[in-house]
Design a protein around this ligand. Sequence first.
Ligand SMILES: *Cc1c(COP(=O)(O)O)cnc(C)c1O
Length: 416
Amino acid sequence: MAGTKTLESTRLAIEGGPRAKTTPYGAGKRFGKEELAQLREALEQNTLFYFKGKKVRAFTEKFASMIGAPHCVATSSGTAAIHVALSTLGVGVGDEVITSPLTDMGTVIGILFQNAIPIFADVEPHTYNLDPGAVERAVTPRTKAIVAVHLAGNPCDMDALLFLSQKYSVPIIEDCAQAFGTLYRGRKAGTLGVLGCFSTNDFKHISTGDGGLIVTAHKALAGRAFEITDKNYYRQGEHAGKSPRFLAPNYRMTELQGAVGLAQLDRLGTVCRRRNELGDRLSLLISGTEGVQPHEITPGGVCTYFNYMARIETGRFKGGLDGFIGALNAEGVPAWRHYPKTLYEADLFANRTIYHESPFPLEGTGRSYSYPKGLCPVAEEITGSSFSLPVSEFFTDRDIEETAQAVRKVAQALLR
Ligand SMILES: *Cc1c(COP(=O)(O)O)cnc(C)c1O
């Protein structure tokens, strides 16, 4: 009888067996009376304009002090933060910006809006972050910046990237949209490059609905970023009263977002600590599972797991990646393909329709750019062999144990 029980519990849920995940995942409230109190204060100011009110300013000052950066500028989104950072560094028509092909569109939207060209460098197979060797091979005299994405809260190999930054005099913008609380050799992500960009959209570690933050150690860059975020209306400083010297968008954050952000920052430490704990525990519990490669953390890194991304040796499993994910879903684990394609396989690149019918700036700046299949072979392999597992600060230890159990069970059952 004991034998049949064992058999029964290893039978996949997708084949009618019992689910590995027996209880619902932990959930909780992200917003409470602290956010409400801040929102009330914001409204009672009788203005929601950042330059008149106190909330956005307090939000940026508090974040700056938490991360240990002298300056911080708020924006309307993470995409906006990166766009402003690029313009702050003078990235413009025909400039090349090296970045990762495994990321959110928000990483490259600003590059294209500046009429600059995203140059995709390949990534490392298990950290999923920029491979410094590939970055170096992508450097040309036109390279104006590198956008280093700390994917899923796992830091890039920053020693190597900062070495290249020095060697070629190309500044690094850190895309920290998924990397609140991330550490690299004891230093905080966002303070390693020239400018660090964060997102507070509703999916990120903390939420203001939408929003973004730029941190920097350089006063002049902070001043420029502040101006570019607000149409190059010079509300203060050396250019006060002058007319816009070049094109800048309106990416202002409102006092309502600032107010919520201020309260959210008090939760950030706990959120990051717990996510780090749960993600690292998941790695420990699934390591050694045949055919499954856990999310590898960069040496010297502390990861705050925006999500958890694992890879499988697809050829070794019946049903391949989709079969594996389908079986996990049936076990009660909401695994998904986070990056089903590299960024350069998106339609706007594949069809060369950046500005509706126009391929500009891939054509028309003196050089022609294209993104053929095989451009970043490691990234392409990852898209076909990786899946994400959810991580939330509200998960219990049991949630992680049952998730790991499901991964091991599915791997064992589907292994050829
Ligand atoms: C979320 C995200 C962005 C964009 O942030 P938004 O606030 O949604 O504009 C950029 N890069 C990465 C890696 C992201 O995850």
